[in-house]
Design a protein around this ligand. Structure first.
Ligand code: SF4
Length: 359
């Protein structure tokens, strides 16, 4: 059952100051609390030793600090770690730590499941179970930074785990503000990348945000027909609208929009696709990240050969588009892009889960 006590994990610094103020507690304690929770990974009030004993006792009775609980931590031979985290209502999500990319990177979820139903993605097969709260989104970062010993070191965040961040807009942006707080992890927006399938009203709101993460758009196809089959939201937000929103998107000097392109064997990986992609991106400060599919049971597509991937990449490079091919990480623990799914996370039986995957 949800506790009626305010949850400090859900509060931005100013909200925390106001909550303390309302209880007659000095506002400056909010900064101390933020430092303990975000910078030191401590959520037990008893261990917050720069607060008086009386204050700690009051906080204990008046507030909660919910934190996702690690239920499994699988390590790949390449150093990638896939964490299954349990939330306060026992729902589960997955978050991934990818070392040396070249920085340390956490791939974070924004929803339990996802409503976007992309045809090559296991999370999409789950459907949307629920949105994550801001505290749950930021909480993943606290938990992973603690578990990997990176609380005092720089790292990147990519919002590319389970869910579509712009489909859970307000909690996602609130979580980014919490992570950005100078009394917390002080994360620079340059170290945060938000990845979207292109929810156009969300892109337009994002363009007006004071705290602007890097933008990655999951394109995956070069015609509306092909894209609607792979990324169903394309029916509502077709390629021309998404690319127009990208053209208008305010970019900082030297920044570019990353276009992600999952390569599916003999589906979207032909030289014609590559040439169409070049034309679509004309006038946009773009770079392209090619992601050869990680095949998985229940996903009806294959991985193209290296030769097909190279040919596609070469056509983009010849037209002066910066292109990279994503090395697959954590394949042995199914931590790669599009493979995040929590068994039992939707409270379905194993047989129902399998039926969903095979649908
Ligand atoms: S690829 Fe991303 S947006 Fe598409 S279904 Fe999977 S999690 Fe959702």
């Amino acid at each position: 059952m949800t506790s009626p006590r305010p949850d400090l994990a859900e509060l931005e610094l100013q909200e925390l100051e106001a909550a303390l103020d309302a209880r007659g507690v000095e506002r400056f304690h909010a900064r101390q609390l933020y430092r303990w929770i975000y910078r030191r990974g401590v959520t037990d009030f008893d261990r917050m030793t720069d607060l008086s004993r009386d204050l700690r006792a009051r906080l204990q009775t008046e507030f909660d600090v919910s934190t996702p609980r690690i239920v499994s931590d699988e390590r790949s031979i390449d150093g990638t770690r896939k964490f299954v985290l349990e939330l306060s209502d026992a729902r589960r999500i997955e978050s991934v730590f990818i070392p040396d990319t070249p920085s340390m990177t956490f791939c974070i979820s924004t929803q339990v499941g996802c409503a976007m139903a992309c045809g090559f993605c296991l999370t999409g097969k789950m459907g949307l179970v629920r949105n994550l709260t801001a505290g749950e989104i930021a909480g993943q970062v606290r938990v992973l930074a603690s578990a990997t010993g990176l609380l005092d070191f720089p790292f990147n965040i990519v919002l590319m785990g389970m869910g579509e961040p712009l489909h859970n807009y307000d909690p996602t942006m609130k979580a980014l503000r919490m992570l950005h707080s100078e009394y917390g992890l002080a994360m620079s927006p340059r170290r945060i990348t938000l990845s979207t399938v292109g929810i156009v009203p969300g892109l337009e709101r994002l363009a007006r945000e004071p705290l602007m993460p890097n933008l990655a758009v999951s394109l995956h196809a070069t015609t509306d027909e092909q894209r609607t089959a792979l990324v169903p939201p394309n029916r509502k937000y077709p390629l021309a609208d998404i690319l127009e929103a990208c053209r208008r998107f305010p970019l900082k000097k030297r920044s570019r929009i990353t276009f992600e392109y999952v390569m599916l064997d003999e589906v979207n990986d032909t030289p014609e696709d590559a040439r169409r992609l070049v034309r679509l991106l004309s006038g946009i400060k773009a770079k392209v990240n090619l992601i050869p599919l990680n095949p998985a049971p229940g996903i009806p597509y294959g991985r193209p050969s290296d030769a097909r991937v190279d040919r596609f990449a070469q056509i983009l490079a010849d037209r002066y588009i910066t292109v990279s091919v994503r090395k697959s990480r954590g394949q042995d623990i199914r931590a790669a892009c599009g493979q995040l799914i929590v068994e039992g996370g939707t409270k379905k039986s194993a047989a129902q889960q399998m039926a969903l995957l095979l649908r």
